[in-house]
Design a protein around this ligand. Structure first.
Ligand SMILES: Nc1nc2c(ncn2[C@@H]2O[C@H](COP(=O)(O)OP(=O)(O)OP(=O)(O)O)[C@@H](O)[C@H]2O)c(=O)[nH]1
Ligand SMILES: [Mg+2]
Length: 340
């Protein structure tokens, strides 16, 4: 762990944690490498940064005709209100759920290891979308080496299991462990559902530690599982993951997934209008709770964020047309008019 890090390095680390776009993340990684104090105590971290730069550069370069790596990219650019990775043991029904929820044509097979590449899709919820990324399975036998990279931009995970398969009791801890080995930690708590301790990152933290809230999706409910099995599963796992029961075949329970994400991730929808023009009530911008007028302006356009002076706002927590500054916290359903 880096000791005596410089303010410059700290700034680079903060920027890396916030960066979402793969290209932006690559720039941040290079800045981390440039600013990290070069001494014995940081050797491991330096090596880790270099590996990540190399991997991401290759991913972004995409397919190559010659050279070591070829084939499609494994990086899915985040889109919609949040990105959720579908993780789970083979044959649990991840792709079936993905196809049902997003209308994708993700490959479905009655045998394990059907999915080999990440497949993006959009799950509609009210007037927004969540991006679901179907992924290959994780088991004690195999995990695609790029899988943890694919999870880097994610906001959370659906941990999909076949609730009728007693093996899932062993499979889930294996998955948790395999991901943890690669610094991806599945958390049982979601910001909108329970008080999550927000630990301020400090200089002893690993910048590559990724904590992702996970929802246990107990799939194949149509195969008539004993309701007690679901409970036993949770208890034996020793982790109280929030659980939803679904059937990708009949559609049972699948409608709850969007609503769950909306609440659990504290999504805030904000509608915008241009001064003197009618409001655009069709397509909201989304931020998370704690987001500001300035954050929304940044989503509209960087130049608008740069030139923002104030906003007029209509919503539940404000007077109609109230003038607020860029730091004003927005609430779900707010309409804002941005003034430059
Ligand atoms: N009865 C029932 N069968 C399901 C359900 N969901 C998926 N299946 C079946 O389970 C098998 C595996 O489904 P997939 O969606 O390919 O599973 P997967 O988790 O994506 O599998 P991998 O890509 O190998 O990890 C297929 O035969 C599906 O038709 C469900 O809710 N109920
Ligand atoms: Mg699959």
């Amino acid at each position: 762990m880096p000791t005596n890090v410089t303010p410059e390095y700290k700034k680079a680390e903060e920027a890396y944690r916030k960066a979402r776009e793969p290209g932006e993340r690559l720039d941040c990684l290079k800045e981390l490498l440039r600013t990290i104090p070069k001494h014995k105590g940081t050797e491991h971290l330096q090596a880790d940064i270099k590996t990540r730069i190399k991997q991401l550069t290759e991913e972004l370069a995409g397919p190559r005709k010659t050279g070591r790596r070829s084939g499609p990219s494994h990086v899915v650019r985040p889109d919609g209100a949040a990105q959720i990775g579908l993780v789970g043991p083979p044959n649990a029904g991840k792709s079936s759920l993905h196809a049902r929820l997003t209308g994708s044509h993700s490959d479905i097979g009655p045998y394990p290891y059907t999915t080999h590449l990440p497949v993006p899709g959009m799950l509609p919820f009210e007037d927004i979308h969540f991006q679901l990324v179907d992924l290959p399975p994780v088991s004690d036998e195999f995990m695609e080496p790029w899988l943890v990279n694919a999870l880097q931009p994610a906001d959370g995970v659906f941990l999909v299991v076949d609730i009728n398969d007693p093996d899932c009791l062993e499979q889930v801890p294996v998955i948790i462990e395999r991901l943890a080995e690669k610094k991806v930690f599945l958390a049982a708590t979601w910001p909108g559902l329970e008080a999550t301790e927000t630990v301020e990152p400090n200089e002893t933290d690993d910048p590559f530690r990724l904590d992702l809230p996970a929802l246990l999706v107990a799939n194949k409910s149509d195969l008539d599982p004993d309701p007690e099995d679901v409970q036993t599963l949770e208890e034996l796992l020793g982790l109280r993951f929030h659980t939803l029961t679904t059937s990708a075949t009949t559609g049972d329970g699948v409608d709850e997934l969007g609503a769950f994400l909306f609440r659990a991730l504290e999504i805030v929808r904000v509608y915008t209008k241009t001064p003197g023009k009618p409001a655009d009530r069709d397509k909201p911008f989304t931020v998370r709770r704690g987001g500001t007028v300035l954050d929304v302006a940044g989503l509209v356009h960087k130049d608008i964020a740069d030139g923002l002076k104030f906003a007029r706002i209509w919503g539940t927590e404000v007077f109609d047309g109230q003038q607020v500054g860029p730091d004003h916290l927005v609430s779900d359903g707010d309409l804002i008019e941005l003034h430059l």
